[in-house]
Design a protein. Structure first.
Length: 675
C-alpha cells in the first residue's frame, strides 16, 4: 500500500506544560498501524525519526506529563513544531523505512554512528574484465569483492605482497595496464613474479580470472586446498628433478603459510559470523564489530556515537545493525554474536535474512538467507565476544578523552560568539561565503555550513556566477541573493515533498560569515535585502587583522587572540576559501581539458574518456581515420564519422555558466566537501 502522510503543526505557546501539546493531533486521527513518525521544527527540518508497531500508542507517549519524559526527549519536543507519519504494512517495512529516513535527513536527535577512522579494505575489482587487487579506503562498486576492514593499511599490504607470490594477479592502474597493452611489454611486476601479465597475453583473461577467484577464496579463509596443492606440486617437481620449479613452489608455500598465520583462528568449526559489542555510559557509546569467515578473523571496525536520544543497549544494537549491514549489504553472515538481543530481534532477523537472500547464494548446505542473533554464555564464542567487548571499552576511553575537550571547546566557541556579536541565541547554524576567480575569469562562489560547530558537508553548495567580472562585491551580492531567494521559495513549499525529500536551502542560518571586510559585508546585506534575512546576523571577517565587522558599526569587534570563537570563525572562513578555490580550479581544468569533443552529439563523458585514453589527445583523434575511431569501444562507424566531421569543421566551445535561455545555471550541490 502507498504511504499515507499526515502532518499537524501549531505554535508553541510557552509555559511549563509539554510543548508537544501545542501541535498534538487528535488521537483518533492517528492510525494504529505500523509506521514511522517524524518531528519537525518551524522550518520543516526533521528533528527526530522513530518507528512504531502502533503509531497511535507510540505517539501518545510524547504528549504525556512533562515530568515523565526523559531529558533528551524534552529537548527535542521543545524544538519541535509539528509531527507527521508514514503508514506501512509490516514492522519489517517500518524498520527499513526508519533507517532510510534517518540516512536521508540526518536528524539532530537520532543517534549517528561515526567511524573511528577510515579503515582500509583489500578490494578485488571483479566488475572489470581483467580484475585487479588494490588497497582502498573508499566505497567500491557493488560487483567488486572487498575483504576487511583491517586495522592497519601496512598489515594488509604485507599480506597482499605475500599472496601475490601465490596468486600473481594484476595490481597496476588502468593507465599502466593500457600502456603495457599498447606497447606489448609487461611492467617490472611481471619480471619479479608478482603479476601474470594479462596485459600482454602471458596469461589469458580466463586464466587470470582463475587466479583472482583463488585469491578471493584464500582471503575468505578457504586456505587448505591452496596449501595442499602447493605441497603436492612441490613434491612432484622434486621427484621429477625440476629443482628450480620446486624451489619456487617452496617459496610460494612459505608465503601462503605466513599469510594464513596472520589470520587469527577464532572457531574450530569454520563458521561465518560477526561479533558486536558495546561499551557505553549515559551520554555516549563505543561499538566494535569483528568479522569472522570460515573460522578466521578477517576484519574489524569501530564506531562511536553520542546518545542524543534515550536508547537502551538493545536499542543501540538495533540501530547499529541496520547501519552496519547497509554499509555491507553482501556481507550478512548467518550468525551474529551480541551481548544481548536487540530490540525487535525477530523483525531484524527477518529483514537481514531477506537481504542475505538477495545478495548471497548460500554455502556448505546452510539454508539460504537464514540469520540469527546469539548471546553466547560460555565457551570459545563467549571468550571471543569478551575480546570484542574489551576492544570496545578501550575505544570508549580513548574517544572520551578526545571528544571531551572537543565538545567543550565547541560549546565555548558558540557561547563566546553569541556574547561578542550580541546575538539572541547561540549560532547553531553558521554559513560562510567566499568568491574565487582568476583575474575576473571563471568567477565562482562557495557556501559552507557548520552546525553545532562541526562542518555539515552535505549542505555545502557552490555557485557558478552569471557574469565573469573582476568585481568581488557584485559577485558576493549575487551569491547571497540567490541563496536567500531560494530560502523564500522553499519556505513557501509544503513541509515535505510527497517523497519526504529534504529541502536543501529551506533552513535559515543563525550567522552568516562573509570572507572580507566592510565592502563585502555591505554587498552581502544588499543581496539579502527583502529576502527574509531580517533575523540573521551578518558579519565580515577581514583577513589582515582578523577583525569581525558587523552591520551598522563603524568599528570592528576584535575577538581575543587564541579564543575558541576566533578559531571557529577562522576555521569556517578557511573551509569556505578552500571549497571556493577547489571549485574554481576544477572549472579552469575543465576549460583546459574541454575541447570540440564536448559538443559532439552522442558523445558523453564515457566515450570522451575512451577516445582520449586511446589516442591521448584531441589532435590525435583529429589525425586518426574513421576506421581507427570506430575501433574504439562504444563507437560505431556512423558515430566515428560524426566525430570526424565535427573535428574537421573546427566547432567547439560553449557559453560558460549560462543556460540556453540565458538564466543562471542552477546551484551545484556537493557532498563530502568535494566539488
Amino acid at each position: 500500500m502507498p504511504p499515507r502522510w499526515r502532518s499537524f503543526a501549531a505554535e508553541y505557546p510557552g509555559g511549563v506544560q509539554n510543548p508537544a501539546l501545542a501541535f498534538r493531533p487528535d488521537p483518533g486521527a492517528i492510525p494504529t498501524s505500523p509506521g514511522c513518525y517524524q518531528f519537525r521544527d518551524r522550518d520543516g527540518r526533521v528533528l527526530y525519526v522513530g518507528k512504531a508497531k502502533s503509531l497511535r500508542s507510540r505517539l501518545a507517549s510524547y504528549f504525556a506529563a512533562w515530568s515523565t519524559i526523559p531529558a533528551r526527549t524534552r529537548a527535542m519536543l521543545a524544538s519541535a513544531a509539528s509531527v507527521d507519519w508514514i503508514v506501512v504494512d509490516t514492522e519489517v517495512e517500518a524498520l527499513h523505512l526508519e533507517y532510510t529516513l534517518i540516512q536521508r535527513h540526518r536528524p539532530r536527535y537520532n543517534v549517528q554512528y561515526r567511524d573511528d577512522k577510515s579503515y582500509p579494505y583489500l578490494v578485488l575489482t571483479t566488475s572489470e574484465e581483467v580484475p585487479r587487487a588494490r588497497v582502498s579506503r573508499s566505497p567500491v562498486r557493488r560487483a567488486d569483492r572487498r575483504f576487511g576492514p583491517y586495522a592497519h593499511a601496512q598489515a594488509i599490504r604485507e599480506t597482499l605482497d605475500l599472496l601475490l607470490r601465490v596468486f600473481p594477479v594484476r595490481t597496476c592502474s588502468t593507465g599502466v595496464y593500457q600502456r603495457a597493452e599498447r606497447t606489448g611489454r609487461p611492467c617490472l611486476l611481471f619480471h619479479i613474479d608478482r603479476c601474470a601479465a594479462p596485459c600482454t597475453g602471458e596469461v589469458s583473461v580466463d586464466g587470470h580470472r582463475e587466479l583472482v577467484d583463488g585469491l578471493a577464496a584464500f582471503l575468505d579463509g578457504d586456505t587448505a586446498p591452496v596449501l595442499e596443492r602447493l605441497e603436492r606440486e612441490m613434491a612432484e617437481a622434486s621427484d621429477q628433478l625440476r629443482f628450480e620449479s620446486a624451489a619456487r613452489l617452496r617459496d610460494q608455500l612459505a608465503a601462503a603459510r605466513t599469510a594464513t598465520a596472520k589470520q587469527e583462528v577464532v572457531t574450530d568449526g569454520g563458521e561465518d559470523l560477526d561479533a558486536i559489542a558495546v561499551h557505553e555510559d549515559e551520554l555516549e557509546a563505543a561499538v566494535q564489530a569483528f568479522f569472522v569467515r570460515r573460522g578466521r578473523l578477517v576484519g574489524r571496525k569501530g564506531w562511536t556515537v553520542d546518545k542524543v536520544e534515550p536508547l537502551s543497549t538493545a536499542g543501540l544494537l538495533t540501530s547499529f545493525v541496520l547501519q552496519l549491514y547497509a554499509e555491507r549489504p553482501d556481507e550478512v553472515p548467518p550468525q551474529i554474536l551480541v551481548p544481548e538481543l536487540p530490540d525487535d530481534a525477530e523483525v531484524l532477523e527477518e529483514l537481514l535474512a531477506e537481504q542475505r537472500r538477495r545478495t548471497r547464494r548460500g554455502s556448505r548446505g546452510r539454508p539460504i538467507g537464514r540469520v540469527r542473533f546469539t548471546v553466547p554464555r560460555r565457551g570459545a564464542k563467549r571468550r571471543f565476544l569478551d575480546t570484542v567487548e574489551g576492544n570496545a571499552r578501550e575505544a570508549f576511553q580513548r574517544g572520551r578523552l578526545r571528544r571531551a575537550s572537543d565538545f567543550e571547546s565547541r560549546s565555548r566557541a558558540l557561547r563566546e560568539l553569541q556574547e561578542h556579536l550580541s546575538m539572541p541565541d547561540a549560532p547553531l547554524r553558521i554559513e560562510c561565503y567566499d568568491i574565487s576567480h582568476l583575474g575576473g575569469n571563471d568567477v565562482v562562489g562557495s557556501m559552507v555550513v557548520f552546525e553545532d560547530g562541526l562542518p555539515r558537508n552535505a549542505a555545502y553548495r557552490r555557485f557558478k556566477l552569471t557574469v565573469d567580472t573582476n568585481d568581488d562585491f557584485a559577485a558576493m551580492r549575487e551569491v547571497i541573493s540567490r541563496r536567500f531567494r531560494r530560502l523564500v521559495e522553499e519556505r513557501s513549499r509544503p513541509l515535505a515533498d510527497d517523497d519526504g525529500a529534504p529541502r536543501s536551502f529551506a533552513y535559515p542560518p543563525n550567522l552568516v560569515v562573509i570572507d572580507g571586510g566592510v565592502g563585502q559585508l555591505n554587498a552581502a546585506l544588499a543581496g539579502a535585502e527583502g529576502l527574509g534575512a531580517e533575523d540573521v546576523t551578518f558579519v565580515g571577517l577581514a583577513k589582515r587583522f582578523e577583525e569581525v565587522w558587523l552591520a551598522g558599526r563603524s568599528t570592528p569587534v576584535v575577538l581575543p587572540r587564541g579564543s575558541d570563537a576566533l578559531y571557529l570563525l577562522q576555521r569556517v572562513r578557511d573551509e569556505a576559501h578552500r571549497f571556493a578555490v577547489r571549485y574554481q580550479r576544477s572549472r579552469r581544468r575543465g576549460a583546459v581539458t574541454s575541447s570540440a569533443l564536448d559538443e559532439v552529439p552522442g558523445i558523453g563523458p564515457a566515450r570522451r574518456r575512451a577516445l582520449l585514453s586511446t589516442f591521448g589527445s584531441v589532435d590525435a583523434v583529429r589525425a586518426a581515420d574513421v576506421d581507427d575511431v570506430a575501433a574504439v569501444r562504444g563507437f560505431s562507424r556512423t558515430l566515428a564519422r560524426q566525430v570526424k566531421d565535427h573535428l574537421d569543421g573546427g566547432r567547439g566551445g560553449s557559453a560558460d555558466g549560462v543556460s540556453r535561455d540565458g538564466e543562471p545555471v542552477h546551484d551545484q550541490a556537493a557532498t563530502g566537501g568535494s566539488a
